[in-house]
Design a protein around this ligand. Structure first.
Ligand code: PLP
Length: 284
């Protein structure tokens, strides 16, 4: 069944949706995006996704021609039209169309695209996956805090990891772990302290990351936001990644070395369950 998608000024069938070859999203990856999880037909962490989108667009100098409420309503309408119960809504805002030129004007009309994708986000097997990762040098650009569609390096190294039978690549810069190709990383040390990379232009401020941080204290867990080494990660008692679509997923092997006994840890499970309860409680 063809999906209904949103393009610029209205909803159309996915087979009719067309974007110009002059769109700067296509020519220069000149666009920002968000992926919002949908559970029970409702949007998870909507306000946080919207404010990160606004931050990305402000950094790029792209004017969003919609209010938060209007964009929320488009998301809701898309969910309704596609009868989406569980999955994601993908949103992309590009600077718009112009003859190919490195220099852009500040008066362009942005291209706005929304589409949905059904995904079994709560499938037990998916939630309880045991990820095996390899590390690679972080060769992405220096503004990873902006959620742009410039994702080629991440896509290449993730594919290379898959081709050697692993699940993902972790990115390393100056001997320190930055993040996964499309997720943030947490490790838990022997004293049960939760460690995650501090925010800067070197990583994306994940919505899932910031959400689980808000209830660490409630769970009696101590948080340390700081850079950490590969050795620390490999010596951790637990490791996990966070993202809007993978929630909180265990990592059991890093560069061929098992994390602790190579089994998902109890604190990771506790944090995942707390996060899922939170999602249901606050989805809109
Ligand atoms: N880091 C990167 C590079 C990402 O691409 C993503 C998600 O796409 C994340 C972290 C996790 O962010 P979120 O929790 O908002 O999905």
């Amino acid at each position: 069944m063809a999906r209904i998608v949103y393009l610029n000024d209205g909803f159309v069938s996915e087979v009719e949706a067309r974007i110009s070859i002059f769109d700067r999203g296509f020519l220069f990856a000149d666009s920002a995006y968000e992926v919002t999880a949908v559970l029970d037909g409702k949007l998870v962490c909507w306000a946080e996704h919207f404010s990160r989108l606004q931050r990305s667009l402000d950094a790029l100098g792209i004017m969003l021609p919609l209010t938060e409420k209007e964009l929320l309503n488009l998301h809701r309408e898309l969910i309704k039209k596609n009868k989406l119960v569980q999955g994601i809504v993908y949103l992309q805002v590009s600077r718009g169309c112009a003859d190919r030129n490195f220099i852009f004007s500040d008066s362009m009309k942005p291209t706005i695209v929304l589409f949905s994708q059904r995904e079994e986000l709560l499938d037990k097997k998916r939630l309880e996956r045991e990820l095996r990762v390899v590390t690679v040098p972080d060769k992405r650009w220096g503004r990873r805090d902006i959620k742009t569609t410039q994702l080629l390096y991440s896509s290449m190294v993730k594919t290379e990891a898959k081709n050697i039978g692993k699940d993902d690549a972790w990115l390393i810069q100056d001997g320190l772990v930055t993040e996964g190709t499309s997720n943030n990383i947490f490790i838990i040390d022997k004293e049960k302290k939760i460690i995650t990379r501090d925010l800067s232009n070197l990583i994306l401020a994940g919505v899932t990351r910031s959400t689980i941080i808000t209830f660490m204290e409630q769970l009696g867990l101590e948080l340390d936001e700081r850079p950490f080494t590969l050795f620390e990660a490999q010596s951790a008692s637990e490791a996990f990644i966070t993202s809007a679509t993978n929630f909180v997923t265990s990592v059991v092997e890093i560069d061929g070395k098992l994390v602790a006994d190579g089994k998902p840890g109890p604190l990771t499970k506790l944090i995942r369950e707390s996060y899922i309860s939170y999602c249901f409680e606050y989805a809109v």
